[in-house]
Design a protein around this ligand. Sequence first.
Ligand SMILES: Cc1cc2nc3c(=O)[nH]c(=O)nc-3n(C[C@H](O)[C@H](O)[C@H](O)COP(=O)(O)O)c2cc1C
Length: 228
Amino acid sequence: MGTLFRLDSSIRIEGSVTRAVADTLQVAVVEEIPAVEVVRRDIGTAPIAASHWGAAAYAGGTVEDERTTAQSEALAVAAELADELVAADVLIFAVPMYNFGVSQHFKTWFDLVSTDPRFAPGAGTLEQRPAFLVTARGGGYGPGTPRAGWDHATDWMRRMLEDLWGLDLDVIETELTLAEVTPAMAELRELAQHQLAESHEAARRGARSVTLHLRGSSEPYGQGSLAS
Ligand SMILES: Cc1cc2nc3c(=O)[nH]c(=O)nc-3n(C[C@H](O)[C@H](O)[C@H](O)COP(=O)(O)O)c2cc1C
């Protein structure tokens, strides 16, 4: 009964907040709908080759029998990644912030998918498909904090997934994930724990919406489970 696609991109397994929150969401959906098919791709542990994008970007305008092997291979990988998205009823993207920006693995994946004609601007292939962006940041970026304005990841991902691809996107954000291991952030630990608990709760709420959606309920999808 339906397909859930999940993309992970954290470069760590142990202690990963994005993986843990995405787990909560996935497990809750599977508990409710055991027959749901879960398709996973992990670009954190098995990144997409960055060279594919350059090859695929120009391959589209090259006649098929004049394409290089690299171009044909890149287009095939792009199509495989795009197939995974198109086949999904619900999508989860678990993507951390790195170096104040978007994960390079996610950007590489996104760029390659975008070379597939089904993901050209305006194609609308995933229009209104329910999706979750589960993101985490080590620091805090709220208004008035020293790093306010330094989060160059979340807005970009939101623009791409929500505005460009047209997904019905719910964003679950967790900040201060480094507080637990950073002595200078010790006084923020309680706040960090609270935020993390809220994100897991938002994931559980999201799972309930997903369940309704997969069961074909006419109830509106997503009730704004933004955790921060
Ligand atoms: C190489 C690297 C760079 C990072 N850069 C930033 C950063 O610029 N700002 C920030 O707030 N956190 C940064 N972090 C912290 C991560 O965003 C944070 O640990 C997050 O929880 C990672 O996601 P994960 O828990 O799913 O692995 C960085 C972590 C790593 C490993």
